[in-house]
Design a protein around this ligand. Structure first.
Ligand code: GGG
Length: 354
């Protein structure tokens, strides 16, 4: 029997609640198949850890995580710890250290989900965002000069390496070719006259290796509008770190809400663990109240199962989410229901075993 070692980082705010339900569901899935099981190891890292120890994770945290097959993360960020510290010293350091350069974020209107767009059919919203995840606008390069003085200057540099840009675009072309779908590149070359001109050039170059893949390109501002007015035109989308982060929140709004938005941070070479996490943050206002929505965390678990090659079980989870959404029996308040996080988790466990 194969044992998958999973590092669990529940993190902050609602992170522990949603992760608890996700682990319950993953354990139940493993009971359906005698060929694999999960071995979960918990790490108490996050803002509470920072308040006690002055750091978001152990000094050798990355070395500890290397031993695992995957990381399952809840949420990071809590009032009292500056957001750029909680993000950079935990989430982003993991993505970069493990070269998780592909961020897969499905923007798909599941059966039963309610889109912020009127008169939308499920088939109208079915995209996969492939976001560059280790460099670009989130390179972390910059400087803060003459702090507090009249001549204060702040620099935040976007870094687009040829290797980093080419590999994410190539990955996206591979997905588009495999799925027979159109690949859309989103950039902003008219204003960002170095980085995005380069991005567009690399996209053109790589496209020559995939003559069978239909392509489209949009400026990010136009893309944001078109996702609302004509979402059907987007299928597979490749874009930079910042644009992907922003546009997938637009995606969350049109595909049922942030409580349904899932994400996978993938190291395609499988040299290091990949990380699975809901897109949402830690929602401190509802933390500890058993009110948070665990559906995105379930969907991220389904992405983990897909990654391990158990697509049939990944599909069991996604159709379970659809059943929950369609029957509307047990949904959390953000989805218009009155159920608690743990009640939704219990119901999901029941659905996946039925
Ligand atoms: N669920 C993970 C989390 O708390 N994410 C918060 C966030 O701000 N993420 C930014 C990003 O995905 O780049």
């Amino acid at each position: 029997m194969k044992t998958y070692k999973i590092a669990v980082i529940p993190g902050d705010g609602i992170g522990p609640e949603v992760i608890n339900e996700g682990v319950k569901v993953l354990n139940k899935i493993a009971e359906l198949d005698s060929s694999f099981k999960f071995d979960f190891t918990y790490f108490p890292w996050g803002c509470r850890f920072y308040t006690k120890h002055g750091k978001m994770m152990d000094d050798d945290g990355i070395d500890q995580l290397k031993e695992f097959d995957a990381i399952y993360l809840g949420a990071v960020g809590f009032p009292g710890v500056p957001d750029h510290i909680s993000l950079w010293d935990l989430l982003l350091v993991i993505r970069k250290s493990f070269d998780q350069y592909v961020n897969l974020r499905p923007v798909k209107l599941l059966r039963g989900a309610h889109s912020a767009l009127a008169n939308t059919k499920n088939d109208d919203i079915d995209m996969l965002f492939i976001r560059e995840n280790t460099e670009g606008e989130y390179s972390g390069a910059g400087d803060w000069l003459f702090k507090g003085q009249d001549n204060e200057v702040v620099l935040q540099n976007a870094v687009f390496s040829r290797k980093g840009t080419e590999r994410i675009i190539r990955y996206a072309f591979e997905v588009a070719r495999r799925e027979g779908k159109t690949l859309t590149s989103i950039s902003k070359a008219n204003a960002l006259n170095y980085s995005m001109v380069f991005w567009d050039e690399v996209f053109e170059e790589v496209s020559l290796d995939y003559p069978e893949v239909k392509t489209a390109s949009y400026l990010v501002d136009a893309a944001a509008m078109l996702m609302i007015t004509d979402p059907k035109r987007f299928e597979i989308v490749v874009t930079s770190n910042l644009f992907g982060d922003i546009l997938t929140d637009v995606g969350a709004a049109i595909a049922g809400g942030i409580g349904l938005a899932a994400g996978a941070n993938i190291n395609p070479k499988r040299k290091y663990p990949s990380m699975f996490e809901p897109v949402h943050g830690s929602a401190p206002d509802i933390a500890g109240k058993d009110l948070s929505n665990p559906l995105a965390t379930f969907w991220s678990a389904s992405q983990m199962l897909d990654f391990f090659g158990y697509e049939e079980y990944g599909e069991v989870i996604v159709s379970g989410i659809e059943e929950l959404l369609s029957t509307k029996e047990l949904l959390t308040p953000d989805m218009g229901g009155t159920a608690t996080t743990s009640e939704v988790g219990d119901k999901m466990v029941e659905i996946v075993t039925s």
